[in-house]
Design a protein around this ligand. Structure first.
Ligand code: PMP
Length: 354
């Protein structure tokens, strides 16, 4: 039986995506060939990657605005250094909102000065810092829109004259934003985009070419743009599966269509976390993530009983990250609200028998 999958990533994708992807492994578009055995230079695959690049920009509302969508290797973690390699000449500004921001800062420091303009480390990253100053002479400002581990999410983004760079790994394609405010967006695919193994980078071309250093080809956004995201062999299967997922999202009404469902799921779970005295939310209310609600058991609540109940209810992936403990219910685009209702029912049953 299919589980209610609250895994933080890799995570649930739509069932129809799993089915179509598995069919393509056996016979891709009735070609008599598996998607795993075709050339990445074949017409069939070139049309896949071109559609995936165009559809990414279309869903983000960024077509014909000077942006290029790239499907790269190396995960969001490689973007931590690729961003700095390509953009950091002297000084960059970063907010530190958790483990992933800290890792991005660590990589950037190898390329120049990093000004940490704000941090929420003082409270184990359970909130989003606000009202900070970004130096006007920063080469760029980097932030993390959704902090997967802590369950916090930026609800607004600072106004700055510096190019705006954002790690959207765990909330890309989940909510409407004015994406044209951003100059570079990146996201490991393995949450709302598709399977692990590919990373989306959406780059505004006019921010490139401003650093003096030599950039190795694989690290150079310009090289990937000039080669239509095919400088070397791309992650063929991961890109195809991402395309299936992007098509699914378009059929759902795009980002605004899925956002309404994501809001309803978040409302359902957070209402229960706040109502049920056996649970306590981890993140500050105003900064709560719609993707990764985090919560703990209240003092005296029996962990063994709760764990037994949710596992019996066919729920998967509810344990919190080891650095926070407690629970994390990741609710990416493909998770149906019915699964959230199952979790809420378990929480209410736990209350009844405690
Ligand atoms: N940034 C964020 C916000 C993440 O959630 C993750 C992974 N969960 C990463 C970066 C690192 O991604 P990757 O494993 O693709 O390098």
């Amino acid at each position: 039986m299919k589980k209610h999958n609250f895994s933080a990533g890799p995570c649930i994708l739509p069932q129809e995506v799993f089915e179509k992807a598995s069919h393509a492994v056996l016979d891709f578009n009735n070609s008599g060939l598996s998607i795993l055995e075709i050339s990445h230079r074949s017409e069939a695959f070139v049309s896949v990657i071109e559609e995936a690049r165009a559809l990414s920009l279309e869903l983000l509302g960024l077509q014909n605005k000077g942006y290029q969508a790239l499907f790269l290797h190396g995960g969001a973690s490689m973007q931590f250094l690729m961003v700095a390699y390509n953009l950091l000449q002297k000084k960059a500004a970063y907010t530190n909102t958790g483990t992933w921001s800290s890792k991005a800062i660590k990589e950037a420091k190898m390329f120049g000065e990093v000004v940490e303009v704000a941090s929420s480390k003082d409270k184990n990253f359970n909130y989003i810092p606000k009202n900070y100053q970004i130096p006007e002479d920063a080469d760029y400002f980097h932030c993390t829109s959704n902090n997967t581990i802590y369950g916090t999410q930026m609800k607004s983004f600072p106004e700055t004259s510096a190019p705006l760079v954002c790690d959207m790994s765990s909330d890309i394609l989940s909510r409407t934003l004015d994406f044209s405010k951003f100059d570079l967006i990146y996201a490991g695919a393995q949450k709302n985009m598709g399977p692990a193994g590919v990373t989306l980078a959406v780059v505004k071309e006019d921010i490139l070419g401003r650093v003096e250093r030599q950039i190795p080809s694989m690290m150079d956004y310009k090289v990937h743009i000039d080669k239509d995201s095919m400088f070397n062999t791309p992650s063929v299967f991961a890109i195809y599966t991402s395309l299936l997922n992007l098509r699914w999202l378009k059929n759902k009404g795009g980002i605004s269509g899925i956002e309404a469902q994501n809001n309803a799921k978040a409302e359902l779970l957070y209402t229960e976390i706040d109502r049920n005295s056996l649970f306590k939310g981890f993140a500050e209310k105003e900064d709560r993530s719609n993707m990764n609600p985090t919560f703990n058991l209240a003092e005296g609540a029996d962990k063994a009983t709760f764990d037994k109940l949710w596992k019996e209810a066919n729920i998967n992936g509810l344990n919190g990250h080891r650095s926070v403990g407690g629970y994390r219910a990741s609710m990416y685009n493909a998770l149906p609200i019915e699964s959230v209702q199952v979790l809420v029912d378990v929480m209410q049953h736990f209350e009844k028998i405690s």
